[in-house]
Design a binder for this molecule. Sequence first.
Ligand code: NAD
Length: 555
Amino acid sequence: MPKPNPRHPNFPIPSGPVLRAKGWRQEALLRLLENVLAVGEDPEKLIVYAALGKAARNWAAHRQIVETLTTMDEDQTLIIQSGKPIGLLQTHAQAPLVIMANCNIVGQWAKAEVFYELEKKGLIAWGGLTAGAWQYIGSQGVIQGTYEIFMRIAEKRFGGSLAGRFILTAGMGGMGGAQPLAGRMAGAAILDVDVDPQRAARRKEIGYLEEIAPDLDTALEMIAAAVRDKRALSVGLVANAAEVYPEILRRGIIPDIVTDQTSAHDLVYGYVPKGMSLDEVKRLRVDGQGQLMAASRASIADHVRAMLGFQVAGSEVFDNGNLIRTQAKQAGVENAFDIPIFTEAYLRPLFARAIGPFRWMALSGEASDIARIDDLVLEMFPDNKIVTNWIRLARQYVPFEGMPARIAWLGHGERTALALAVNALVRSGELAGPVAFSRDHLDAGAMAHPNIMTENMKDGSDAIADWPLLDAMLLTASMADLVVIHSGGGGYAGYMTSAGVTLVADGTEAGDARLSHALTNDTSLGVMRYADAGYDEAVDEAEKQGIGWFDLRGS
Ligand code: NAD
């Protein structure tokens, strides 16, 4: 029986032992599709997060996907093109059940305007990253990434602790909503500004945000008091960041860390320009897109100029993956890229070892399955400080949204070992049901994004999309249950290409083979990608782990 979902009553949370599909693999993908809508921002419109990130092209497409997953055999493959099911073909029982290509537009045409046009004609949909591939698990999916960024900054600049430090950020949407909790978990006083009162209320309701301040003065007083007492605190403020950031700078208040996660990638359906009400913006989205884009750009320019002002004044400022620098540069802020991207600044040494955002979902719907796997992770990787610290914190702080799930940054070999151990628990009946494994697309071998993941690569290979394409082919050859090739990214067209994967630990021996091949090869390619680009950590990892990499550097 599905569980009720108070936030979206029409989208219950899948759970229980009863199968509607012909096997657990198909049922798993069906439940993951249901889950991304259950935890999504606007499921009635099929929107999961990031303004337009959709789970399916339209409701007819969604109905056909559900019907096919329910009736298909294990030796068939469902083909999905930008959220629309195209057909079902005979393959074999070790082939993926679902392959997808989402939002891939040929190079010269890969522009936001072309995307909007194709979208209007119903020919394409943007799948976000994990939305269209049915892998999103709520804001938890980015909490650890955000937390690890904050902790790397703590190590780099603040003696390892953020107690008594002030983080300023904006955006409390599907992804950005993770920031207040991640900041609090890192021990800081964090102020998160969002223009939409409903978004702030939602984050408070689910326990990701502690307080909503009535105005800027009060918000700054609350933060100052927490900083003084070295107390962790998350405060939300309903306001426009393009107004609030310059005002805080004008007052000479310099936060220790500044970032932003408004949906700046989307000048029409995402970002809200300063001086405009939400209703006005909604109207312009229909009949004034050009005007709205211009206003968003101008506003982002002020927003980023303030971020640069904080940087000059000594704040640690970084771009958190929303293309705000790119938009600002196009709006004339020539030095927008003085702000570094988080991947290069803090996380690249982890990616070079293929350590990245791995996650698992309890298909039974039982939180006890996640608790058992938490124990397993602590037993299996006692010396992995990042992961053991994270699992303990996540247990204490991170509420589940939708189907119980956990994210943990695991690397090459660790992912496979954990998945096989979980599959054994499923087989022995120790868990209430099978478990699905997935990862963010922002993973070592899986993403080419010259403004996020691969900015300033050592060998200059930032824009080469061969890696995610190879990854998707490799995952298909390695028997993954679902494989997706995805392009677009924030800005919708032309910014990135990524590969996504989902696997089902259904307790079978065939499941062992799928998990082992796909997870091992996925991270092997990640290590190879960074070794090839000249990263010492990756070369070391390839040697240590016996990954079959050909070292042809310099030849
Ligand atoms: P979302 O659309 O769900 O939420 C965006 C929020 O920004 C909304 O709540 C909106 O009200 C608010 N907002 C818009 N303009 C504002 C303004 N001027 N001032 C204050 N608030 C404003 O989007 P999301 O899923 O939270 O993603 C946010 C951004 O982060 C996107 O650009 C997305 O592509 C990016 N992202 C980056 C990563 C990463 O790599 N770190 C991961 C996921 C998402």
